[in-house]
Ligand binder design. Structure first.
Ligand code: ADP
Ligand code: MG
Length: 377
């Protein structure tokens, strides 16, 4: 640490502006906190938003180092070191910042190296977007739990009498007059519909699942085939896969469920014929730098595997976006609103993360997943 401080003095003496002046003006105006550290973690520059964030003027802050704001064991130091080590961008989506001058808060951080200044790290902090999205995921987890409890009760209390009703209707079907048969068929069909709903809710149950290496391309292929021979027969599929991708750490059947739900939603968004050439794109990529806190520990897990389901449909209706992943949120008359809640639960059980981007003409669900043999526990 001490030797590094020496380096800092050298850097300061050089007085080379880290960014051209017009960029400084840009950075200053950015509504998100931006902090530039030199190679010794001294603060070289902060913008207005960072002044507010740190509760310190730029003039004062540049007298300090990061260590004056944060406890020495704060994971932000690790992130900064990683940026330097890999000379690459690193992001963290749920970092607790706490220190002598800061009250505890959870933020998302992105760190990036500066090409023209070795050791310098640019930090961009967000407390809203991704961090809140994560909160949402955790809430979804809670909601899914209560749904799980409900599902267990439903399974017990509804399914048995239901099969009685269905059986009785079937018996009647054989003996009633032709004109009344329509009614017994109706009873049977509706009983089936309730059973399907209960089955779907049962999927939220906490049944133990086996995790292992899963070839995500096989999962995607399987779903694409299901889709193209069934509900998405008239939609063009494009696959952009990174063939060198390592296996994801997870459960194959659950991952099929996840991708199937996303592809189904995409197909449904494209089904009204409004889009001229409806298309679903499946992409995989390996990308460093997405990390997530392991709940209850200071460990961070890498989520380098990115699976994207994209469609060129109308986009997610504005009014349901804030609660998109909550159970029973749907814009479709026949929808259950359980698809994305289930997706969120499974991905969160896998230790992964979902991101959504949606605008008319392009909706994208991105799954960030751990690779095998990472241990998600
Ligand atoms: N790719 C998409 N394009 C547009 N809207 C979508 C997309 N995926 C999901 N949605 C919206 O999210 C809602 C919830 O989806 P989901 O949880 O799967 O429930 P359901 O499909 O039963 O409605 C859908 O009703 C739809 O409005
Ligand atoms: Mg759905």
């Amino acid at each position: 640490m001490r030797t590094m401080r020496h380096g800092a003095v050298r850097l300061a003496e050089r007085r080379r502006p880290a960014v051209p002046p017009d960029s400084v003006a840009l950075l200053a105006a950015l509504p998100v906190p931006v902090i530039l550290l030199d190679a010794a973690n001294r603060i070289r520059f902060i913008n207005h938003a960072a002044e507010q964030f740190l509760g310190s003027s730029a003039a004062a802050a540049t007298q300090f180092g990061l260590a004056d704001f944060l406890a020495a064991d704060n994971p932000l130091f690790l992130l900064v070191d990683q940026v330097r080590q890999h000379d690459a961008r690193v992001a963290d989506h749920d970092m607790a910042l706490e220190g002598p001058r800061l009250k505890r808060m959870n933020i998302a951080v992105q760190g990036a190296p500066l090409a023209e200044e070795p050791g310098a790290v640019l930090l961009v902090l967000h407390d809203a977007t991704a961090a809140r999205a994560l909160d949402r995921q955790l809430t979804v987890r809670g909601a899914a739990r209560s749904v799980a409890g409900m599902a267990a009760i439903l399974a017990h209390e509804v399914k048995n009498p239901l099969s009685g009703i269905r059986g009785a209707a079937q018996l009647l079907e054989a003996s009633v007059a032709e004109a009344d048969r329509e009614l017994t068929v109706l009873i049977r069909d509706e009983a089936d519909r309730i059973r399907d709903l209960v089955d779907r809710m049962e999927a939220f149950g906490e049944k133990p699942v086996q995790y292992g290496p899963v070839n995500i391309h096989r999962v995607l292929e399987h779903v694409r085939r299901l889709a193209q021979t069934g509900f998405a027969a008239s939609i063009r599929f494009t696959e952009l896969y990174d063939p060198s991708l390592p296996p994801v750490y997870g459960n194959r059947d659950q991952l099929v469920q996840v991708v199937l739900n996303l592809v189904k939603n995409a197909a449904e968004a494209l089904s009204d014929g409004a889009v001229e050439s409806p298309e679903i794109t499946l992409l995989t990529a390996y990308r460093h730098g997405m990390r997530l806190a392991v709940p209850g520990s200071s460990r961070r897990m890498e989520l380098p595997l990115v699976v994207t389901v994209r469609d060129n449909g109308p986009g997610i209706p504005e009014d349901i976006r804030p609660n998109l992943f909550d159970p029973f949120v749907t814009s479709r008359a026949a929808g259950s609103g359980l698809g994305l809640a289930l997706v969120a639960k499974i991905i969160s059980d896998h230790g992964g993360l979902i991101e959504v981007d949606s605008r008319p003409g392009r909706t994208e669900f991105r799954l960030h997943m751990p690779i095998f043999p990472e241990d998600p526990a």
